[in-house]
Design a protein around this ligand. Structure first.
Ligand code: GLV
Ligand code: MG
Length: 335
């Protein structure tokens, strides 16, 4: 007989939810691995000591005829390794694909007790999250999984962006959200073939001043969507992430894109290549000089109120809160 576990809960928002904190405090990089590739599977234990999150990718970039092998490979690597402090995630196939249901049923049924987060691609509205939420509730009850599995949505369709606020609050299982610039570009019919980053044609010219040469400044194609996603996440207490950067040969451009998202409020990004791990670690950990200054602000206003001058700059209740964000992050990274 199947009985609802203690973790079964009604979908209605506001119902008491036995939800845990996100599985790891610092998630600067979600590192993608292809579980159907044996060589990489064999190195995953060592990899887990170097990254904040290991994600077994079952979706795009895995050929259709390797989907079952990727799923089986993930189960094998989840069983064979201790992931220590690193989070263990999958990116499942999209809900309208032939593989999605088996991804969830087989993986949760075999290694659900080790799985922290399911990344759900191509989320278009709250209904997609509700579907997975209910499926997980059934499987957690059936397999007596004690820690509820969290959901992370990829924001990568125009409709998803339109519904981002509803998605962010769709379930207490929501862990966070990532921008998926490649699929989003296609969905919006943007004219690019790149995976994230800028485009040489997207920018502004400085003003005309006689015959003086005018400079062209490239701009961030993703600014609007990242800002919209960050607001939806911050308002609902979940985490925003920048997604992939596809040009592995251009570390500085990857770093610039990651940094824009960090400054706008994102907490991490995807790393698809080992060279991007160090970049993410550097970008999503606060800058030492910035932490020192933030600490001076916090120390100068012990109860967080009033106004003081530091190096000629005014500090008040609001800058105290800004400083606290940076000091708290520095503490988490140091733990
Ligand atoms: C990621 O999945 C993307 O489409 O950018
Ligand atoms: Mg995608």
């Amino acid at each position: 007989m199947i009985v609802p576990s203690a973790y079964y809960r009604p979908l209605a928002l506001g119902a008491p939810a036995p939800f845990r904190e996100p599985p790891v405090k610092v998630e600067r990089m979600i590192h993608f691995v292809p579980p159907h590739v044996e060589k990489i599977r064999n190195r995953v234990g060592e990899l887990a000591t170097q990254v904040d999150v290991v994600l077994g990718n079952l979706e795009d970039a895995v050929p259709a005829d390797a989907k079952e092998a990727a799923r089986a490979g993930f189960i094998e690597m989840a069983k064979a390794n201790d992931f220590g402090a690193a989070g263990l995630w999958i990116r499942m196939n999209a809900l309208d694909s032939p593989w999605a249901l088996d991804d969830v049923i087989e993986i949760v049924g075999t290694v659900g007790d080790k799985l922290d987060v399911i990344m759900l691609p191509k989320v278009e509205g709250a209904w997609d999250v509700h579907y997975l939420d209910r499926l997980l509730a059934q499987l957690e009850a059936r397999y007596e999984i004690k820690r509820p599995i969290m959901i992370h949505a990829i924001l990568e369709t125009a409709q998803g962006v339109m519904n981002v606020e509803e998605i962010a609050k769709a379930s207490p299982r929501m862990h966070g959200m990532s921008l998926g610039p490649a699929d989003l570009a296609a969905s919006r019919r943007m004219k690019t073939t790149r995976v994230g980053g800028g485009h040489p044609g997207y920018g502004v010219l400085t003003d005309k001043e006689g015959d003086a040469p005018r400079a062209f400044y490239q701009q961030d194609l993703w600014h609007y969507t990242i800002a919209k996603m960050v607001d939806a996440c911050a308002a609902n207490g979940i985490k925003p992430f920048y997604g992939p950067f596809g040009d592995f040969s251009d570390g500085p451009a990857c770093e610039a894109q990651f940094r824009n998202s960090f400054l706008l409020g994102c907490v991490g990004a995807w790393t698809l290549h080992p060279s991007q791990v160090a970049i993410a670690k550097r970008v999503f950990s606060p800058d030492v000089e910035e932490v020192k200054f933030a600490k001076r602000i916090v120390d100068a206003m012990p109860d967080g109120t009033g106004a003081v001058m530091l190096d000629g700059k005014m500090q008040d209740d609001a800058t105290w809160k800004q400083a606290k964000v940076i000091v708290d992050l520095a503490r988490q990274v140091a733990e």
